[in-house]
Ligand binder design. Structure first.
Ligand code: ATP
Length: 634
């Protein structure tokens, strides 16, 4: 994808040794070669080979690197600021945006010609990403001029099951031979999800259809650690003799049952020719074990006995939830502070939800065994399923992007924790998703999703509104897809145009009369109905879920992000004008050396100030850059 290329002006024409990806431009228009950033390695030896957008040096490191580098070498970096999507693991888009400040005199060369996607896809992606403030601008263009090219399709479905069914049908339709007898390979299709729990529905559906699929960049849904653990609990309850399952979870969460105890259970089971669970129960009642493991084992045995009894009397989904709670498994992940823990909890909820579709725990277990048997062969022609994060750098003829609903995408956690910069990163993720498609692009939103264990009405993602009408086609899915084709009317949808207030804050484009995003002119009944759901559902589902103070995220609102206090920003820029500034408008009221407190990082001393951005050496969290609105003097 076209990239912002920062280059420190060199005294000599020859460039320093580069990190790879040296490619002669084939079109000749840019007249450039492409290079990775040559000194990235020096900063982060272990950094994965991703673009400049994802490096995460601290300010100090950049400063040092720049001073040294300026004195000795020419530097050439390539990266796309619009594809910086790893903020959660420390990458800062600001590193690109401030490149010309770190290296005064740097030349920025935009690689804007796109060889991958249709004009509609580029138009949609460019329009969407133009809603971000923190970016260099660029104007993507393509020489491809095919009147036959489809617009970007936006589809509505009733719920995620219907979404998976409809995507499956669309894939099957693509597979049928066209007029020339050509078939669309499954390998050239991809489903990109925001959260891994979304994969479950597609995997189940494809197994039912006998459609080959592969999961890229991570395990399949039922192979995930937390799902395997949960399934092991369920298998022991349903089939007490499943020793493999028992061994997997006897000490999960950790209850002090070491290897020696487990070997003892094993030996007893073999000697008496009984399952390990039974052997454990016997050992727990004997004096063979020390008091601690004996007590732990007694609890394990009693738990399983109770759950096995409940199997006959309790609905299986309720029992499954009880098992995960009473075993301490859910709490184990709730107390886990790793970045993966929230996703694992989401996956567990999805697992329980999916069980509702089966009559009993046993029939559910049979279904999962069937899914697990589905062949995973790299040679097979198969649909690719992956998260949006894993899709970076890849491209496919046809791309499906399901789950474009508020709360899921943009993800509520990103908004709660990251405020507007979180929203902008989500938008970059959306941009990455859109630009993976070469020819066909299908976006989906559903109107009902299970959130926090309950069915809720959902509302289309704000990102859908940010797509331009000229490049987008809203597909009414007719009778089979949950009634979006019915005559639901509703007033015209327009935030800030006398309509209801956008609960997330106004968009900076709300009051631009000539602005033609597709939301405000599209009048299909399904879309209108979805809009009617909007305010009500947003407030109910996501409104004040987290204990954090939820920033109002929007342009033109007074918040503590970049551009605080602005009331509106003039029309969007999708041309090559520099639209981003890494330095905020208002100077900070703090001074270097001030001691401050930050809710997440604790106490620290300010070591540098740039506009309203502070570099703080936190006592415990190390050096971080934060906005001054988030700290208080101590
Ligand atoms: N000069 C060229 N002529 C024809 N096709 C090209 C040319 N340069 C790139 N392409 C094709 O355009 C597509 C995108 O190129 P490439 O993957 O290098 O872009 P990128 O900048 O890494 O994209 P992204 O960062 O969005 O993943 C590829 O299919 C590639 O083969």
């Amino acid at each position: 994808m076209a990239a912002a290329l920062g280059a420190a002006a060199g005294r000599q024409a020859n460039l320093p040794p580069c990190g790879g990806d040296v490619r002669q431009d084939r079109g000749g228009r840019e007249g450039s070669r492409r290079f990775q950033c040559s000194w990235r390695r020096g900063w982060r030896d272990s950094a994965p080979s991703v673009g400049f957008a994802d490096i995460s040096p601290t300010r100090g490191e950049i400063g040092r690197a720049s001073a040294e580098a300026r004195a000795t070498v020419n530097i050439c970096c390539v990266g796309d600021d619009d594809q910086s999507i790893y903020g959660w693991r420390g990458a800062e888009v600001d590193n690109i945006l401030r490149f010309d400040k770190d290296f005064p005199g740097a030349t920025i060369i935009r690689l804007e010609r796109n060889y991958r996607s249709t004009a509609h896809i580029l138009g949609a992606a460019s329009h969407l990403i133009a809603h971000n403030e923190g970016r260099f601008g660029k104007t993507l263009f393509t020489d491809r001029d095919e009147p036959e090219d489809d617009k970007v399709h936006v589809h509505a479905a009733w719920d995620s099951e219907e979404e998976a069914r409809a995507v499956g049908e669309t894939i099957e339709a693509y597979q049928r031979p066209d007029k020339q007898g050509n078939r669309h390979n499954l390998n050239d299709m991809a489903i990109l999800v925001r959260a891994s729990f979304q994969m479950r529905e597609f995997e189940d559906r494809f197994v039912t259809l006998g459609l080959n699929y592969r999961v890229i960049g991570g395990p399949r849904f039922y192979e995930r650690l937390e799902i395997r653990d949960a399934m092991a609990f369920f298998r022991v309850v349903a089939q007490g003799a499943d020793d493999l399952a028992f061994e997997r979870i006897v000490n999960v969460p950790k209850r002090g049952l070491g290897e020696a105890t487990i070997r003892q259970i094993h030996d007893t089971a073999r000697a008496l020719r009984i399952p390990m669970l039974e052997a454990a129960a016997k050992l727990a009642e004997s004096d063979e074990l020390k008091p601690k493991p004996r007590a732990a084992l007694r609890e394990v045995a009693a738990n399983f006995e109770r759950w096995q009894k409940a199997l006959e009397t309790t609905p299986h989904t309720e029992l499954a939830e009880t098992i995960l709670e009473e075993s301490g498994y859910t709490d184990m992940w709730k107390n886990d502070r790793s970045a993966e823990a929230p996703g694992r909890l989401e996956n567990l909820k999805e697992l329980i939800r999916s069980m509702e579709e089966y009559e009993s725990l046993r029939s559910f277990l049979e279904h999962v065994a069937l899914v697990m048997d589905a062949e995973q062969n790299a040679e097979l022609d198969a649909v690719n399923i992956m998260t949006l994060h894993s899709a970076k750098g890849l491209e496919f003829e046809t791309v499906f992007l399901p789950g474009w609903e508020e709360g899921l995408f943009p993800h509520q956690r990103a908004l709660d924790e990251g405020g507007r910069s979180g929203l902008e990163e989500e938008r970059r993720l959306a941009y990455v998703g859109l630009t993976r498609a070469k020819k066909n692009l299908h976006l989906w939103f559903v109107s009902n999703r299970r959130i926090h264990g309950l069915w809720q009405s959902t509302i289309p993602s704000r990102f859908l509104e940010e797509l331009p009408e000229a490049h987008v086609d809203v597909a009414e899915s007719g009778n089979s897809y949950g009634g979006y084709g019915n005559n639901y009317g509703g007033g015209s949808f327009a935030w800030g145009r006398g309509g209801r207030q956008n609960p997330y804050g106004a968009s900076r484009f709300d009051n631009i009369a000539e602005e033609k995003s597709f939301s405000n002119t599209y009048a299909t009944p399904g879309w209108q109905r979805a809009q009617a759901n909007r305010t009500e559902a947003t407030d109910r589902n996501w409104g004040s879920r987290s204990g954090h103070q939820v920033e109002r995220i929007g342009y033109g609102e007074t918040d503590s992000g970049h551009g605080a206090g602005r009331t509106s920003v003039k029309g969007r820029t999708i041309d090559g004008e520099l639209v981003a500034k890494s330095v905020a408008d208002k100077p900070s009221a703090f001074s270097v050396g001030d001691r401050v407190f930050h809710q997440k990082f604790g106490n620290g001393n300010i070591s540098a100030i740039e506009g309203n951005k502070l570099t703080i050496d936190f006592d415990k969290a190390g050096q971080k850059r934060v906005l001054d609105g988030f700290v208080a003097a101590v």
